[in-house]
Ligand binder design. Sequence first.
Ligand code: SF4
Length: 387
Amino acid sequence: MNAAETPPLALYVHWPFCVSKCPYCDFNSHVRETIDEARWRSALLADLDHAAEETPDRRVVSIFFGGGTPSLMAPKTVAALLERAAARWPLAADVEVTLEANPGSVEAARFQDLRQAGVNRVSLGVQALDAAALRFLGRRHTIDEALAALAVARRHFARYSFDLIYARPGQTVAQWEAELDRALTLAGDHLSVYQLTIEAGTAFAAAHARGDFALPDDELAGALYETTQARLAAAGLVAYEISNHARPGSECRHNLVYWRYDDYAGIGPGAHGRLSVGRDKVATRQRRAPETWLAAVERDGHGKEERTTLTPEERGEELLMMGLRLADGIERARFRAECGRDVVEVLDRARLDPLVEAGFLALDERRLRATDAGRQRLNAVLARLLA
Ligand code: SF4
């Protein structure tokens, strides 16, 4: 079989280091005083080689550098990984190469070199256009730095996106509207807008439990969500996923791979992968702690901790959890191809039908999807559907 006949592949590269830990963040991100980048570069290259051996004859359609803060990587590390990827897999002519970046001046100064290394899309963690909110979120950059970084990103990358976080303590709908309107003057063809949530084990979890701050109640959070949807839709940025908005055709192709449950390989600490192997689907997971991962790669030639073949039930559940995030939902034919049965045979009708009747899910002959109301409270909908 050649690469044109096998499922396309996306590659995720995890860089696990940040300058400081944001209080809301539960990602696999760590602060270290010094990082031996040459050693990390070698290890990531070895892990990439191993991933390539496991995915022969695949065509890579997307490469995504996430973290952590991958904009802290030296551009020559990014270049080395992209060169190696191109040597190990055929790359699609229009391969999307995204790098997540902090909008600080140090990072922005690297954008030109990153462009030359082969990055063609950046996603900037702006998070807020409000000085007090940036301080509350523990961000190191200022609004002016974010604006300057966006200007540099626009100069070097035809495709860029930035993230915002809303439903912050004390935020009103009027304030958020004004912030969104300002964001729209800076946006390209893609914007990610996340609701602030309190994740276990974070500094915010402890502060919230102590009563240091309160989040907006459900009613206000719902009004902020609806404001987001309305404002961005009016500006032509369609909500193609719960938190992601784009002009049609400018969606993040890498993230679509996850939500459509297509194949991806993950390298670096804590990275996950989903790979079709014949008719099976294999889940892979890398060792999570950076130093443990590094030692494993140097010892074994890869950082993988687990490789399991998923059951049809697990595949169906994962496809539902991913696909219902998308405005388009899940094609029933795709579901059948993934787990061998129709979605209405797999799901308990006593659970599915009330969610359809209540207007949270929509089912027709072709697809199952979450409605706007369903996507707004998808965790609750999934809990009822899959419990
Ligand atoms: S910069 Fe991003 S990955 Fe790093 S701690 Fe902050 S939110 Fe987490």
